[in-house]
Design a protein. Structure first.
Length: 198
């Protein structure tokens, strides 16, 4: 990797790049965040940036993955810490995550206009690795509830629920929260009341 940096410095710079990209993403958006802006904030040369990430797109993909894993980690901690009815815990947890994303809609902005542009420049093995990590995180949540279900399906269902935020105006504000509750409760009913889906 970067010559002249110790292993500790490499780890620190990589994390700082991820933190800075997430911060700039929330302020300026993906397109307006430049590599020049990122390296200026982090205090490294532009050449050094490319020793850590092959492209701006790969950096932002890693930011998205880190946020996704953080959200699923929080979901897992929440379900583990409650002794209430499991179905209700699942519903409350998913809804709480939805509300958190609703407060920070920029998290989903990358998935709309910019996602195709980014995904084209991401190596296929990176995308596959991300999908495996995503399914693993979902597996841990389902394992906690002793539910056997298609992990890919659950991951896709959760994405569908969260991505409705991008279409709030088309869906209509009046019934939006009610519709979201309906979708979350429907998924929960499939998982807890609907039997096996292997």
């Amino acid at each position: 990797m970067a010559k002249g940096f110790s292993e500790e410095e490499k780890m620190h710079i990589r994390e700082k790049l991820l933190d800075t990209a997430e911060e700039c993403w929330s302020i300026y958006g993906f397109k307006k965040t430049t590599v020049d802006e990122l390296v200026k904030r982090v205090g490294i040369s532009k050449g050094a940036f490319y020793l850590f990430f092959q492209s701006k797109e790969l950096l932002f993909f890693n930011v998205l993955e880190r946020i996704d894993m953080r959200i699923k980690g929080e979901m897992l901690e929440t379900v583990k810490s409650s002794n209430d009815n499991q179905k209700q815990v699942f519903i409350r947890t998913v809804y709480a995550v939805f509300l958190e994303i609703q407060k920070n809609p920029w998290i989903l902005s990358l998935q709309s206009d910019d996602y195709e542009q980014i995904i084209k420049k991401i190596p296929e093995n990176e995308v596959k690795s991300h999908l495996l990590k995503e399914e693993d995180a979902i597996s841990k949540i389902l394992d906690h509830f002793n539910i056997e279900y298609d992990k890919g399906f659950v991951a896709s269902a959760l994405k569908t629920i969260f991505f409705t935020l991008l279409h709030k105006n088309e869906i209509g504000h009046e019934h939006f929260d009610q519709v979201i509750r309906f979708l979350i409760e429907g998924l929960a009913s499939s998982l807890f009341d609907g039997g096996q889906n292997n």
